[in-house]
Design a protein around this ligand. Structure first.
Ligand SMILES: NC(=O)c1ccc[n+]([C@@H]2O[C@H](COP(=O)([O-])OP(=O)(O)OC[C@H]3O[C@@H](n4cnc5c(N)ncnc54)[C@H](O)[C@@H]3O)[C@@H](O)[C@H]2O)c1
Length: 254
């Protein structure tokens, strides 16, 4: 089968939560497609930048907790001072929080999940969008989830946060379409990453339950999500904005 090779040469790409899982895979694929990649994370992710450089690419690490306004503003300032412009952003950083039914969800857990997953995505877009407009246009992909399209018992704050990401995505897409800024979200189903491994560890039978729940009867790979993110940021997707695209082996089609 013919392979699409995306070319992001000369583009600056920011990936939040780029140290692990889907974000790491996305950062590596953008770098392999010619982009200058800023890998940002609340934890040290210098190893991802080293991997990018070992493969002949260009990347930098910037430490940032996306829930903190000052840190997000500084992240964009540093990105601009280093590369001069921003063309693409993947707002991927997110946490699953603690598991438990709605009545058992603590206020602390609820607030943290909302701060990282909703406020984080909003304030990343707040500081990214002016630079995309200055660059003459660009693309943003936010990480929602199939938990942003349907309910999941035991993850009330997470489900609420991912529905909110869909709302933020559609709103920003409408606001900036005339300025050539496209804003989409991806909604992955279960993807094999450290986050899913943590959930599987604490929930007996979860692996069997989700594998059974996916019509393709398999757990997805981070690379499958990253490929879709690159497509949505490419010229081939120039007429796609405001979409929340499930990558889920058919889960939400049921
Ligand atoms: N894995 C899945 O099954 C799945 C499914 C649907 C959606 N998602 C979403 O995809 C995104 C990536 O998930 P993943 O599975 O790769 O998770 P992961 O836990 O492997 O990676 C998440 C990364 O985000 C970083 N991070 C966490 N809090 C942060 C903060 N406050 N500021 C900056 N960085 C922070 C972590 O350090 C980590 O490097 C998340 O938004 C998640 O909700 C994942």
């Amino acid at each position: 089968m013919a392979k699409i090779n995306f070319d992001f040469t000369g583009k600056t790409v920011l990936v939040t939560g780029g140290g692990s899982g889907i974000g790491k895979e996305t950062a590596l694929k953008f770098a392999a497609s010619g982009a200058n990649v800023v890998v940002s994370d609340v934890n040290d992710a210098m190893s991802v930048v080293e991997e990018i450089r070992d493969l002949g690419g260009e990347g930098s690490f910037i430490l940032c907790d996306v829930s903190l306004n000052d840190q997000v503003r500084a992240l964009l300032e540093q990105t601009l001072s280093q590369y001069g412009s921003l063309h693409i952003a993947c707002n991927n950083a997110g946490i699953e929080g603690e598991q438990g039914y709605s009545a058992a969800c603590s206020e602390e857990n609820f607030d943290r999940v909302i701060d990282v997953n909703i406020k984080g995505v909003w304030q990343c877009m707040k500081y990214e969008i002016p630079h995309l407009v200055d660059a003459g246009g660009g693309a943003i992909v936010n990480l929602s989830s199939i938990a942003g399209l349907i309910g999941f018992p035991g993850l009330p704050a997470y489900v609420a946060s991912k529905h909110a990401v869909a709302g933020l995505t559609k709103t920003a897409a409408l606001e900036y379409a005339r300025e050539n800024v496209r804003v989409n979200a991806v909604c992955p189903g279960p993807i094999m990453t450290p986050m899913l491994e943590r959930i599987m560890e604490t929930t007996p039978g979860f692996r069997e339950q989700i594998t059974e729940g996916v019509p393709e009867h398999r757990i997805g790979q981070a690379a499958e999500v990253a490929d879709t993110i690159l497509y949505l940021c490419s010229e081939q997707a120039a007429y796609i904005t405001g979409q929340c695209l499930a990558i889920d082996g058919g889960w939400v089609a049921q």
